[in-house]
Design a protein around this ligand. Structure first.
Ligand code: DX5
Ligand code: ZN
Length: 224
């Protein structure tokens, strides 16, 4: 299997919500835009929902990666595929029928990503791994930007990458939380190939430069 491409997905959680169109233009050299949807129930924070995500899909040329941190994604995820998301992520701790939901999203032409929180194991996903395009290993407790990277999640990323390689699958491994220039080599070396970065991109003077720096730092350390 050839090397998988490193992709950078800036999270607009750290953008200016009153200037979203401007802030989307600042990340044009990214591979995806990561949109965090929170519901005050699954996580103790509230962000945006369908109407705003719909406008984001309309104004950006980037692929839109919707990260649902909400209860009952079985009910709500298809709506995001319908309005134009390219990929929808739902959490192990919230989803009742992940295989059914993944297949439903695929039928709508949308990629399916399954997420685990720091205390959730990745091994239970192994038997249904071929149902998903991407597995997201959270590297912070979900809910807020700007938290400290949890290096103790790297064993999980490594075991997942080894399983994917062993079976010759093309599954992406995404990491989200505390990722920046310093931690990018750590996650890439462990086997992650999609890196979400919020504060490291939007907290930088030039978000475009920050994206390139994170991508280069990860590419130098990535293993297949
Ligand atoms: C946190 C969100 C992340 C967040 C990451 O629950 O899922 O996408 O924006 O922010 P940073 O990169 O600042 O840790
Ligand atoms: Zn996220």
């Amino acid at each position: 299997m050839g090397r998988m491409k490193i992709e950078i997905a800036p999270s607009i959680l750290s953008a200016d919500f009153c200037n979203l169109e401007r802030d989307l233009k600042r990340i044009e050299n990214a591979d995806l835009v990561h949109v965090d949807v929170m519901d005050h129930h699954f996580v103790p924070n509230l962000t945006i929902g369908e109407p705003v995500v719909k406008r984001i899909c309309e104004v950006t040329d980037l692929k839109v990666d919707v990260h649902l941190m909400i209860d009952d994604p079985d009910r709500w995820a298809p709506g995001y595929a319908e309005l134009g998301a390219d990929s929808v992520t739902f959490h192990m701790g919230a989803t009742h029928a992940p295989v059914r939901l993944a297949r439903q999203l695929h039928d709508m032409g949308c990629e399916a990503c399954f997420a685990v929180r720091p205390a959730e194991p990745v091994e239970p996903i192994f038997d249904i791994l071929d149902e998903f395009d991407t597995i997201l290993v959270m590297t912070v407790e979900p809910g807020f930007g700007g938290q400290k990277f949890l290096a103790n999640q790297m064993g999980k990323v490594r075991r997942l990458r080894d399983e994917i390689t062993r079976r010759g699958l093309k599954t992406n491994i995404q990491v989200d939380g505390g990722v920046g220039v310093k931690t990018a080599p750590i996650v890439a070396e462990a086997g992650a190939n999609i890196l979400v970065a919020g504060s490291a991109v939007y907290g930088a003077e030039n978000p475009g430069d920050a994206i390139n720096e994170i991508r280069d730092a990860a590419a130098a350390a990535y293993r297949d």
